[in-house]
Design a protein around this ligand. Structure first.
Ligand code: CU
Length: 211
């Protein structure tokens, strides 16, 4: 979308630059060479910068460490002074052997923990866990109401549209730093990169508590 907008804007920009003030023919060449051309180049480089920025922000690309794929890393934006946030992703063991996610770390929080939700006495509660299994053949999905990475003591609110680094350490595969895409407050699934999954009505499971 960004691309389309920009591309359609650019020619009009040039056209308007082109149109005025070239009445003295003497200056025409000068205008063409020393003014118009640099501006065009600048527009182009701005276009490229936008492409890079928007391309980067469109979706968290899948990452791989050894035989482990990490997909759809996302988090919810946090309101104002919310102390904690949570991050989610999907892990796949693509080889023959299972692995375990044993540690998580991020510079955006004072403490980063692996958590899950458990039903205790009819109440859904969060618990810290030491590791999460990743088994070949069945993806391990971190999601609201289930496994999540708890970001405790956020140093700044998580802002929709931004991203932050998260380091995952697997027992066998080792460590990798991934980028987590921040979705809107209360989102139940990652929105970008796979066709707007935000709008299929999972919004009322009563788990809207930031994890
Ligand atoms: Cu938690």
């Amino acid at each position: 979308m960004w691309v389309a907008c920009f591309m359609t804007k650019k020619p009009t920009g040039i056209a308007t630059l082109d149109a005025p003030a070239v009445s003295p023919h003497v200056y025409r060449q000068d205008v063409n060479q020393s003014l118009e051309y640099p501006i065009m180049t600048r527009l182009l480089s701005i276009a490229v910068a936008f492409l890079i920025l928007s391309g980067g922000a469109m979706a968290a690309e899948p990452a791989r460490i050894g035989e482990i794929m990490i997909e759809q890393a996302w988090a919810r934006a946090t309101p104002g002074k919310a102390p904690n946030g949570a991050a989610y992703f999907t892990l796949r063991a693509e080889g023959e052997t299972a692995d375990r996610l044993v540690a998580v770390a991020s510079p955006v929080a004072q403490r980063t923990e692996l958590h899950t939700h458990l039903m205790e006495d009819g109440v859904m509660k969060m618990r810290a866990i030491k590791a999460v299994e990743v088994t070949p053949g069945s993806p391990t999905v971190f999601q609201p109401g289930g496994h999540h990475v708890m970001l405790m003591g956020l140093k700044a609110p998580l802002v929709e549209g931004e991203r932050f680094p998260l380091t995952l350490t697997f027992e066998r595969a080792g460590s990798i730093e991934i980028q987590v895409e921040i979705e809107k407050i209360g989102a139940m699934a990652p929105m970008k990169g796979h066709g707007g999954h935000d709008s299929h009505g999972h919004g009322s499971h009563g788990q809207g508590q930031g994890s």
